[in-house]
Write a protein that binds this ligand. Structure first.
Ligand code: SF4
Length: 256
């Protein structure tokens, strides 16, 4: 069957080898997972065929967005490396629009999640863990901005796009008075958005905690009493989803 060939081709594609450094995309969530990844711990759980297809679809849609922006002359750089001795990441793009140059992260989501989160975002003033932009993406883009350390860069943007209907929501992030805030861009309002989300600014503390584990050569303890304590980090729909699941919940010993 033809679909088997496609699935096999996707399975054969090399997953990106961890760099041995901390990844801003792992900054939010489980610290243990971030450190196991940094240490290049061999995964015990791998994506199934459907998950690979979902990832591929996301890549296709994100490429469409960046190709289109590039065609319109807005892209300054794509897949821009960022980091230092401890951190390494890849910024989706650096964009120049209306005289402002900024980091852009593109995130594709399926339409059900998109419209649910967009509705929440439109109600505004969301707290930690709710709606768009998602906390993990806020921390990732904010860390890229911090690591880039370029005073000429304007605040980072996150663009969400629905995989089914290409609907989009765009947010600008800022750090102020102990908070990370997100403004939702509104059509026709230029660079002005509507304040949508504000969460405690723990960026520096989170980065410092992970850096501590790396420099000390320690692995953080398991943060949960049970694998189903968090709604999705270790398991999804009662199936192991974290690549390092069996080091925490049985079956595999960690080489320290
Ligand atoms: S299985 Fe759960 S506790 Fe263990 S590293 Fe993964 S997310 Fe963290």
């Amino acid at each position: 069957m033809l679909s088997d060939w496609i699935d096999r081709a996707l399975a054969e594609e090399e997953d990106r080898e961890p760099s041995g450094k901390l990844a801003p995309s792992y900054l939010y969530g489980c610290e243990r997972r971030a450190i196991l990844r940094q240490r290049k711990t061999p995964p015990t759980v791998f994506p199934d065929a459907r998950t690979r297809r979902v990832f591929t679809m996301g890549d296709i849609v994100e490429k469409f967005v960046l190709d289109t922006l590039e065609m319109k002359g807005l892209i300054v750089g794509r897949a821009v490396p960022v980091g230092n001795d401890l951190w390494q990441g890849l910024i989706d793009a650096i964009v120049k629009e209306n005289g402002l140059t900024f980091i852009l992260e593109v995130k594709s989501v399926h339409s059900k999640a998109f419209w649910h989160s967009a509705k929440e975002a439109r109600n505004g003033y969301l707290s930690l863990g709710q709606g768009m932009p998602y906390d993990s993406h806020i921390y990732q883009a904010s860390a890229y901005h911090l690591l880039r350390g370029d005073p000429d860069l304007a605040n980072p943007h996150i663009l969400y796009i629905s995989k089914d209907d290409l609907a989009m929501e765009e947010f600008v992030l800022g750090r102020q008075q102990g908070l990370i805030v997100a403004w939702r861009m509104v059509p026709g309002a230029g660079d002005v958005g509507i304040l949508t989300k504000r969460i405690p600014d723990e960026l520096s503390e989170r980065m410092a905690r992970l850096e501590y584990y790396v420099t000390k050569g320690e692995i953080p303890p398991i943060p949960f009493a049970r694998p189903d304590e968090h709604p999705f980090l270790c398991q999804k729909q009662k199936e192991p989803s974290c690549p390092y699941y069996h080091y925490c919940w049985g079956g595999k010993n960690l080489e320290l």
